[in-house]
Design a protein around this ligand. Structure first.
Ligand code: SF4
Length: 234
């Protein structure tokens, strides 16, 4: 029996909703597998700022030291709208355990959003984080956040799941339960953080521990598998 279903904010197109610029959606087997055991909260930031489906593509333009969200043909600037929407949406989230966002998107991409120097989409300068995803990382720096590209890596995926389920178990069963059952695992992530957590068993302190990469990833995945087995397979 599942004892905990993590709450995960997911790009709507990855949930099969036809909200992409071309009117389509995206399917990804790793994301689908994870979502079988989670409570997804869908969001499409581009629809959220009022863009229609289908729509002209938007892209990232580097402007001095910042990034702008520009619509390809019209040249309209949606940076402010995206900033306002992100603030509003993220401020209203309660008790979320993590994020799965669509990679390469100028809005949702945790990784891989193509970025250009000029407003006419010339002068390619590399890949950056999309504007909505950037606000997610600012507001929730220690919550697990991934896109379907990062989730292709098995080790990354296992650690992501461990973080999600620990977060969920803390919400549902409390800090003492986490400390009693997963002290060894938390120690692998962050010894100093564990001491702070022992004094104050808050969810925030748990995430401060999980923010770090464990020293021994293989061992962490091995220990963490217990969480997954209890929650997913059992
Ligand atoms: S990547 Fe994000 S903004 Fe683009 S369609 Fe999917 S949910 Fe909407």
């Amino acid at each position: 029996m599942n004892i905990c279903k993590p709450k995960v904010v997911v790009s709507s197109c990855l949930l099969g909703e036809k909200v992409r610029y071309d009117g389509g959606s995206v399917s990804d087997s790793n994301v689908e597998d994870i979502l079988k055991f989670a409570q997804p909260i869908g969001v499409c930031p581009e629809v959220g700022i009022g863009l229609p489906v289908p729509r002209e593509k938007v892209f990232l333009q580097r402007d001095k030291n910042d990034l702008k969200l520009i619509q390809e043909k019209s040249g309209k600037d949606f940076t402010k709208e995206m900033g306002d929407f992100s603030q509003r949406f993220l401020s209203n989230l309660k008790g979320v355990d993590g994020f799965i966002l669509k990679g390469k998107s100028p809005s949702c991409g945790i990784t891989g959003a193509k970025t250009y120097k000029n407003k006419d989409r010339t002068g390619y300068i590399g890949r950056r984080t999309g504007l909505f995803a950037r606000e997610v990382k600012k507001k929730f720096p220690c919550l697990p956040a991934a896109d379907e590209i990062l989730l292709k890596d098995k080790e990354f995926r296992d650690l992501f799941l461990i973080r999600l389920f620990l977060s969920c178990l803390h919400r549902e069963k409390g800090g003492e339960y986490i400390l009693k059952n997963f002290r060894g695992l938390l120690k692998l992530f962050n010894k100093t953080g564990l001491k702070r957590f022992e004094k104050d068993l808050s969810w925030e302190n748990l995430h401060r521990i999980l923010c770090r990469k464990p020293k021994d990833i293989k061992e962490a995945v091995h220990l963490g598998r217990n969480i997954l087995l209890r929650n997913i397979v059992a």
